[in-house]
Design a protein around this ligand. Sequence first.
Ligand code: G4P
Length: 525
Amino acid sequence: MTRKEMAAQISRRRIFGIISHPDAGKTTLTEKLLLHGGAIREAGTVKARKNAKFATSDWMEIEKQRGISVTSSVMQFEYEGKVISIMDTPGHNDFGEDTYRILTSVDSAVMVIDAAKGIEAQTKKLFAVCKMRGIPIFTFMNKLDREAKDPLELLSELEEVLGMPAAAATWPIGCGLNFQGVYNILRNEVYLYRERRTLKLGDLGVFGDELEEILTINNLKALREQIELLEGAGYPVDQELIAAGELTPVFFGSALADFGVTAFLEHFLEMSPAPGPRKLEGGGEVDPLDPNFSGFVFKIQANMNPAHRDRLAFFRICSGTYTHGMTVTLSRTGKPIKLAQSTQLMANERENVQTAYTGDIIGIYDTGNFQIGDTLCTTKEPIFFEPLPTFPPELFARVAPKDTMKAKQFQKGVAQLAQEGAIQVYHNEYNEVVIGAVGQLQFEVFQYRLENEYNAPLRMESLDYSVARWIKDPDMEAVKRAVDSRTMLVFDRFDRPLILFPNVFTLNFFTERFPAIKLVEATEI
Ligand code: G4P
């Protein structure tokens, strides 16, 4: 493939994650996007995946029981020449590190918000990760066919809570029973809800007379007032700021009614970035046009089929072309690996990919070779991408096998699940196993899987800690003297010491009392 052909392939790719608080409409919007791309033929397909049939994996039983999506997958479709990959993220309150990590593999994020509820806690957390990475965020205010908050209020809430300016790209005309449509500010046209037609406006925009007979007096009055306010005091949609992740364009609509979705999709495709360079550890970056193949594992999903213990490593290509059966080097070990079985994931159907390009996400069949963050490449010298950020665990528990005869299965299960990144594993001075997680659900999945996949039922005792700090250049004698009954000293899987604190208050107390012990967050170690 020539460089020019490669550039064309890359520039038509868009990889994004879709985030929301549960029930805001993420599944419905995803489904509508897939329908537009012809990737699915029937509405209800994605929904069905969310609600039922998790026959592929027993441990997904938990998902079924709780009606949530623990795992996530990638869906690819084409729209007007663009190849779009959507990374679905679990939308439950108890989401785990997986969700965070997915956001390290995408080039932009779409945030779905229920316009009646505004910004909710979960969205805030996920948003913080996007902001940390500086990736563009696109906001879709959903459910305008129902009663909704005042759109100006929604904008200022977005700005206030997220600490980022928001620029209206489209604007709602009424809501609920009075919902009459959406005004596309960028194209100066109105989509009429009931009539399902597009009305081009003249130079005067909403102040011209085209809308006079069409909208109710109240809606027209409100629309004109709001647009006037936006023109005076709002932020304009600025491509550069969006690309830098410093401004979020906002779209309004109804995913359920498939209204305002096309405009959103089309503007999103114009404004969102194609795959760019990826940073290397210790400086430098990989050019997406580099002919050498490279990429990294950002997620490992285990035991899709419990009978076979297979795992699927989710891999993001950063440069070069993937071809079926190619041999690559696993940088961490320096060993060659033949990629014979790779799948591109679309909902539950998996098909074998023959070729894939920079930006694409493929699932590589794994028999236990890979770890989260692993680099695969075909360069002469192995390269290493910047490590994926570690997210600070906030929940801790002490675990042990219920049956001491099962100690071996227990050890194996713990080691494998830690490697998968399903949970953080530590040990204390007495060699007890302590696990850490971002969300409660990670514990449940951990327990369930140890029992069902490794046949090692657990005793699990929650610990009253919520803050973890690693110790820089530790003087272990001093550390041991400082740790008391309120704190716990543990070691991570690289044997680095860290201290667990019940809360920030005890942490502050500790730092004041022992200034010589340098405590840092996971990301700084
Ligand atoms: P999630 O993935 O973010 O959790 O949300 P999901 O799409 O499953 O949507 C949650 C509920 O909100 C669903 O209703 C869905 O139909 C509804 N919904 C989504 N978008 C819109 C919209 O634009 N307008 C309105 N009025 N409703 C919307 P449900 O009752 O939980 O499911 P169902 O029985 O309707 O399928």
